[in-house]
Design a protein around this ligand. Structure first.
Ligand code: MRU
Length: 371
């Protein structure tokens, strides 16, 4: 099972290099690279979902901080002016990195991996010698590369643990997924899709049911594309068809990614995931989440406190150039919902499987205190 899929994101060059993203707004029509040379360009790319998926957003933002620390860094969108300082006031380069972290944190609110990665970049800047700009840039690039590489490894480990968990699925089993938690959403092979890729690599014959994922169609545009690239058997359905295929007995397991998991295991993921979990429960189908430990936010006791991004009306009332609804209709467009822990059979992390999903099991798996 090989793929010629271009990398979701890569860094080109040394500390003065460029972040190159695969522009996901253009898929599956065309694989176009988007070159980001400023932190503002990275902010825009995250905000308009050119790069998306919780882990990939974190990796992109980390590289964005590297871009912010250079002479001539621009200032279009509210970032405090980066290179305006008195002659010889080099100690402020670190402040540029801190300002970039604050700025990138405003790009999207739900995926905690973004804040996790920015916290690591902030610490890396803090640990660098004040005034030594070349050293700071090298240190920031090394940290961004480490976040990227660790994500790649986390994806591989999630794939292995998830494949062990689902090894007993019968040949030809149906696995349903929602949104895109594949290579396009991470620095590696994905989370939920990494599990599917690993099962197939081990010789398991599967059929993947792909929810189209309204309104932005990450399932139809991205997951169906990734699975097709790898020659994995799949069928695309509208979100409203999941109940029907479950009732028909065609789905033996559900697996999705997550954007933020609270201390009790409540999990935020793409809008519609909660509905899929309720349907899975009603049909006796086990529902799983696959996510790295960087997706856990143990500062939140439960999912009620997870900030849910609301996006613009055009995502719902328009499709490309076509208008789908009356121009003045009221619109509500939450980008994520929260699946309660009791609907989740297991959470697969790079460290192993959390099941049953309880606060104690989450704490043990993540090795962090809830405070
Ligand atoms: O709005 P998106 O496309 O960034 O939403 C992505 C998801 O909801 C994914 O399922 C989640 O980030 C996990 S990706 C491994």
């Amino acid at each position: 099972m090989t793929t010629t899929q271009p990398p979701t994101l890569r860094w080109e060059g040394g500390a003065d290099g460029t972040l190159v993203l695969l522009d996901q707004t253009r898929l599956p029509g065309e694989a176009v690279e988007l070159r980001c040379r400023t932190v503002e360009e990275v902010w825009q790319a995250i905000q308009r979902l050119a790069v998306r998926g919780a882990p990939a957003i974190g990796v992109a933002a980390a590289y964005g901080v590297v871009l912010a620390v250079r002479a001539g860094a621009t200032n279009h969108t509210g970032l405090p002016r980066l290179h305006h300082r008195a002659e010889g006031a080099e100690a402020n380069w670190r402040d540029d990195a801190f300002a970039a972290c604050d700025y990138l944190a405003t790009s999207r609110p739900t995926a905690v991996n973004l804040f996790w990665a920015l916290e690591r970049m902030r610490r890396a800047a803090q640990e660098s010698a004040a005034g030594a700009v070349e050293q700071l840039k090298e240190r920031l690039l090394a940290e961004a590369r480490a976040i990227h590489e660790e994500d790649r490894q986390m994806c591989a480990a999630i794939g292995r643990h998830g494949a062990d968990l689902l090894a007993a699925l019968p040949a030809g089993a149906g696995v349903l997924t929602h949104c895109n938690a594949g290579a396009l959403a991470t620095g590696g092979d994905g989370t939920a899709l990494a599990v599917i890729f690993e099962l197939v690599r081990r010789g398991k014959r599967l059929h993947v049911w792909v929810d189209e994922t309204r309104p932005l169609l990450q399932g139809a545009r991205l997951t169906a594309w990734e699975l097709s690239q790898r020659g994995i058997d799949c069928t695309l359905i509208c979100d409203s068809m999941a109940a029907q295929v479950m009732r028909q007995g065609r789905v033996q397991a559900v697996i999705t990614g997550a954007d933020r998991i609270a201390a009790n295991g409540d999990s935020a993921n793409k809008i519609g995931t909660y509905g899929v979990a309720v349907l899975a429960k009603a049909h006796g189908v086990p529902f799983h989440i696959a996510a790295p430990t960087s997706t856990f936010d143990l500062s939140l006791a439960d999912g009620a406190a997870i900030p849910i991004e609301e996006r613009g009306r055009d995502e719902i009332v328009r499709l490309g150039d076509s208008r789908l609804a009356p121009p003045d209709v009221a619109v509500y467009n939450p980008a994520f919902d929260v699946t309660p822990a009791e609907l989740i059979r297991a959470i697969v992390t790079e460290r192993g499987v959390v099941s049953p999903v309880t606060a104690e099991a989450v704490r043990a798996a993540t090795g962090q205190a809830t405070g």
